[in-house]
Write a protein of this length. Structure first.
Ligand code: SF4
Ligand code: SF4
Length: 187
């Protein structure tokens, strides 16, 4: 019987579409953490997260907020001397967390990510009025009103559609997505 993959191997396997080098080539230099614009809000810095994955500290990795706070700016990926695609690692851990339902219920990120992907898969387009409720109610009343005002202004100026629209040849798009994203689970 084949040996059960380690957590580090599971995450590495989720990076199949990434062109980065293997996680094991990390030299723990800290360039990613020093580059990251949101590192101060993370429980663990990107450098520590990579080290924790390599050490198979699965529970600690999944419990931290680091990958949910990643803004996908790709600065770390561009500057890593070992050419590891750290931003894709963040996505891989997000997917793992969603599929295994290990995230905490009070996080905005998982619901936002799932709604975003579902909207894209069903229509080929993002639609902000569907996405906004996934994070708006975690804000204060002032911010909710600001968001609602901005959304209304965008609709009035034709910068945001009132109703969702679909792309042409949606079936072709869905087939393409089906090949690159195992939507619904990797277990
Ligand atoms: S920049 Fe690259 S090599 Fe340096 S700690 Fe981050 S992942 Fe590791
Ligand atoms: S991609 Fe994410 S982890 Fe990397 S620098 Fe940007 S915010 Fe930080």
């Amino acid at each position: 019987m084949a040996a059960k993959p380690t957590f580090s191997q599971e995450i590495s396997n989720l990076l199949y579409a990434s062109k980065g080098n293997p996680l094991k080539t990390c030299i723990q230099c800290g360039t990613c953490s020093g580059t990251c614009p949101v590192a101060e809000f993370m429980d663990q810095t990107p450098r520590r997260l990579i080290g924790m994955i390599n050490a198979n500290l699965k529970e600690d990795v999944l419990a931290c907020n680091t990958y949910w706070f990643c803004a996908s700016c790709y600065h770390c990926t561009a500057r890593c001397p070992s050419k590891i695609d750290i931003a894709e690692v963040m996505y891989a851990v997000k997917r793992y967390s969603i599929w295994h339902k290990t995230y905490s219920e009070d996080l905005v990120g998982p619901t936002f990510s799932e709604t975003f992907v579902r909207t894209i898969v069903n229509s080929g387009r993002s639609f902000e009025p569907v996405l906004a409720p996934t994070y708006m109610f975690s804000m204060g009343i002032k911010e909710v009103l600001q968001e609602a005002y901005m959304g209304t202004q965008m609709m009035l100026k034709g910068r945001m559609p009132v109703l969702p629209t679909k792309i042409k040849r949606l079936d072709n798009f869905k087939e393409m997505i089906r090949r690159i994203i195992p939507v619904g689970g990797g277990k």
